[in-house]
Design a protein around this ligand. Structure first.
Ligand code: FAD
Length: 466
């Protein structure tokens, strides 16, 4: 038979959006049920996204960094890599976090139901799990069903040598010849990992630049480093054909860098599509667009008043920090609090080596939209700290409003750019101007000092570099 469960709030999907909404709603006194088809909480981010990728990227960055110590008179033997132990190490990090979430759910008396949920009406979901069926009757619902890797029709995705990001993170083997289709953040992060572990990496990107969305001057600094490490980077080129053969995955390229090549493994990282079409939303009357996104207002409410949606499935940047902030808004609105999702910016970070981070207005956007700006750029070649860590490829760039002198945007490339961009995000949210940033005493010698110096460059209070 079907078990029936009555609750005030149900959350569909336990990724960073879902668990945050569930916990916040519970903290605000609601009775909450959280539905998740997988065995662990945490969604893509904790299980097969942000967290495992960063654990591997840290190892990769160290492997690359030790090579730079030659100039300081220190050399190492080539590293011995035990993939099983590396995988286990990564899995320990993930298990610690997902286990922590399970404990937090319990503590808040959030009832977790394992299974796949589908709407039956605007107040009913049916969950099919290993322990049978559960019908959840709810007053309010938060849809947080996330997204999945996009596939290319006609490509041999069923062949184990053709991987998505989840497969690549599973780290089964290090291929000799490795192709990454898609030069976006996820593709280039995995390129960093596999290259550091010894694979000969090729990257193919349809657009004319790597990491579309980031300014070209930032991307160039990254490119300068990775061009030396990777075998080939084909820009403005698409994969016209991909065939599984006994010798490997045979690929035909078309565009600016045409050609053919055979690979031991291929990672397809061309983007992610939302899971909105997989939850029978029509039974609840929830509008889902043709791509599978669920439109919401600033309160995270769908077209159905008691149903909210958050995270990757509502569109906008598919990022964990966007999902968690939207989650809090949805939970607070449900609890009757006045809340609104209206950030000035959602920062983007590629945890490549070097890292690339940007927030607010980009220079590319400013030019395309005819927005006037003043710019301060501080090249890390003039930073004592950057030289001391053998990383002079970096760049810190700030954009300001020419009238008010307030910060409009920032871009940073270099090690730790992802950590450094936080200051610029706060500056934007606080409406800081050139002088606020330039007159702030940054510690010396730090990479973070380059933000103050970039503001001074824009202000004209320093003109020549050391
Ligand atoms: P998800 O995390 O996708 O969670 C949705 C959950 O819902 C899943 O657990 C799914 O199983 C469950 N679900 C779906 N449908 C149903 C159903 N019908 N019934 C029951 N359960 C269901 N973002 C960052 O901010 N920083 C990063 O460094 C970063 N790195 C990434 C690296 C990789 C390799 C990938 C793939 C992504 C990365 N992301 C990163 C993106 C980030 O993972 C997502 O933006 C984030 O997980 C979205 O959260 P979410 O809650 O919307 O959905």
């Amino acid at each position: 038979g079907v078990r029936e469960l009555v609750t005030e709030v149900v959350v569909l999907g336990a990724g960073p959006g879902g668990y945050t909404a569930a916990f916040r709603a519970a903290d605000l006194g609601k009775k909450v049920v959280l539905i998740e088809r997988y065995d662990t909480l945490g969604g893509v981010c904790l299980n097969v996204g942000c967290i495992p990728s960063k654990a591997l990227l840290h190892t990769a960055a160290i492997l690359e960094e030790v090579k730079t110590l030659g100039s300081m008179g220190v050399t190492f033997e080539p590293p011995r890599i035990d993939l099983d132990q590396m995988r286990a190490g990564k899995e320990r990090v993930v298990a610690k976090l997902t286990g922590g979430l399970a404990a937090m759910a319990k503590q808040r008396q959030v009832e977790v139901i394992q299974g796949t949920g589908r709407f039956e009406s605007p107040n009913r979901l049916l969950v099919e799990g290993r322990r049978g069926q559960v019908r959840v009757l709810f007053d309010q619902c938060v849809i947080a069903c996330g997204s999945a890797p996009m596939k290319i029709p006609g490509f041999p995705h069923d062949d184990p040598r053709v991987m998505d990001s989840t497969d690549a993170l599973a780290l089964q083997e290090i291929p000799q010849r490795f192709l990454i289709v898609g030069g976006g953040i996820i593709g280039l992060e995995m390129a960093s990992v596999y290259s550091a572990l010894g694979a000969a990496v090729d990257v193919v990107e349809m657009k004319d630049q790597l990491m579309p969305g980031a300014d070209l001057d930032l991307v160039r600094a990254l490119e300068k480093v990775i061009k030396k490490r990777y075998r080939e980077i084909r820009l403005g080129t698409k994969v016209a054909q991909m065939k599984a053969t006994a010798q490997g995955i045979a690929v035909v390229f078309e565009g600016r860098a045409p050609g053919e090549a055979v690979y031991d493994q291929v990672l397809v990282a061309i983007g992610r599509r939302p899971n909105g079409k997989l939850i029978n939303a029509e039974a609840a009357g929830v509008r889902v667009d043709e791509h599978g996104f669920i439109p919401v207002d600033a309160h995270m409410r769908t077209n159905v008043p008691n149903i909210f949606a958050i995270g990757d499935v509502v569109g906008g940047p598919m990022l964990a920090h966007k999902a968690t902030h939207e989650a809090k808004v949805a939970a607070e609105v449900i609890a009757g609090l006045p809340a609104l999702f209206d950030p000035l910016t959602i920062p983007s970070v590629a945890y490549t080596d070097p890292e690339v981070a940007w927030m607010g207005l980009t220079e590319t956007e400013a030019k395309a939209q005819g927005i006037a700006y003043e710019k301060g750029v501080f090249p890390w070649a003039a930073s004592g700290r950057a030289l001391g860590i053998h990383r002079d490829e970096g760049l810190t760039k700030l954009l300001f409003d020419p009238e008010t002198k307030r910060i409009l945007g920032a871009g940073i490339v270099g090690p730790n750019a992802g950590e450094l961009i936080g200051e610029a995000v706060l500056a934007l949210e606080m409406g800081a101007d050139m002088e606020d940033i330039g007159l702030t005493v940054h510690p010396h010698p730090t990479l973070n000092e380059t933000i103050g110096l970039a503001a001074e460059m824009a202000h004209g209070s320093i003109t020549d570099l050391l």
